[in-house]
Design a protein around this ligand. Structure first.
Ligand SMILES: Nc1ncnc2c1ncn2[C@@H]1O[C@H](COP(=O)(O)OP(=O)(O)OP(=O)(O)O)[C@@H](O)[C@H]1O
Ligand SMILES: [Mg+2]
Length: 286
């Protein structure tokens, strides 16, 4: 199989943090990992086992000490900071325990942010797409609210809409339910389930929470910086959520993205997005 078949591929990746010149921590040791498009990979392990280090390397927030990192078939290990920043913006969505929303922007503006930063969307296109994404996460009535006017669960949904803004190749989630109450956590998990199973979004989730593992297609255990694969999981039902409406909102967002890419002559992903739209339209029409 070539590298192109994997969304993420780590080859012999190690990460050593130096505390002082002679004292260091081996946070990852010789990790080999391949993730296919459409997977939800759960990374479980005790505190300090290397989960965040692994996600940070996959999301190119940090570089390995040794080994190679391929994302979407591209070797990003030695990319310059500038190239990485651009690649990261377009390819990776992030969701953190503490939401990391911009406090002086509304929910809608937070979701618009990556689209504006991309230079691909003008303001009205970004706003139109952000509205569809807020609809997808069921937060339309809260579009003009600021983060401190929203519950933790609602803030995390805004963060998820933002993570989806540029149709990333995959979304990285570091303890996404860590700060949520049980009801908000199960809402988030239900949505993760729909995003993956109805829309095909690829996600990589680090967690302590065994409930999160239920939305995974594969669980990896990490201990002392080494990965142990523990196989496939029994998946819960999508349940009663209105999947069709959610897929429709997502497709409308994709159409705007397609327009934006065409009008800015960014040919890169046009074909992939066209295919995705027709695939998802078959689902909603069927
Ligand atoms: N910037 C850093 N400098 C030095 N050591 C670090 C750094 N980041 C992480 N480490 C060390 O690397 C190891 C792995 O840390 P990491 O944050 O990846 O663990 P984790 O599995 O995410 O833990 P938690 O569940 O508590 O979030 C730990 O021993 C940690 O102390
Ligand atoms: Mg961590």
């Amino acid at each position: 199989m070539s590298n192109d078949d994997f969304v993420v591929r780590l080859v012999n990746v190690s990460k050593r943090y130096y505390i002082s010149e002679s004292v260091y921590v081996d946070a990852l040791i010789n990790v080999n990992l391949s993730i296919h498009r459409g997977e939800v990979v759960i990374i479980m392990g005790p505190s300090g086992s290397g989960k965040s280090t692994l996600l940070n390397i996959i999301g190119m927030l940090d570089r390995p000490t040794n080994g190679r990192v391929y994302l979407d078939g591209v070797d990003v290990t030695d990319m310059s900071e500038g190239e990485l920043a651009k690649f990261r913006l377009f390819k990776v969505g992030f969701l953190f325990q503490q939401y990391n929303l911009i406090q002086n922007l509304t929910a809608l503006e937070n979701v618009m942010m990556p689209m504006i930063m991309s230079g691909l969307y003008d303001r009205s296109m970004a706003e139109a797409k952000a509205r569809y994404l807020l609809e997808l996460v069921r937060l339309t009535p809260y579009a003009t609210y600021f983060p401190n006017q929203l519950s933790g669960g609602q803030q995390q949904m805004v963060a998820l809409a933002r993570a989806l803004a540029l149709n990333p190749s995959f979304i990285i989630m570091d303890e996404p339910t860590g700060a949520l109450d049980p009801v908000s956590a199960s809402r988030l998990l239900a949505l993760i389930n729909v995003l993956n199973r109805a829309i095909g979004v690829t996600m990589i989730i680090a967690t302590h929470n065994p409930d999160v593992a239920q939305v995974g297609s594969r669980v990896l255990n990490i201990r002392g910086g080494r990965i142990y694969e523990s196989g496939v999981v029994e998946r819960i039902n999508i349940g009663s959520v209105n999947v069709k409406d959610m897929v429709k909102a997502y497709v409308e967002g994709l159409k705007i993205d397609l327009l934006a890419r065409k009008s800015s002559r960014l040919a890169d992903d046009v074909h992939r997005i066209e295919q995705e739209i027709s695939r998802l339209e078959e689902i909603t029409n069927g």
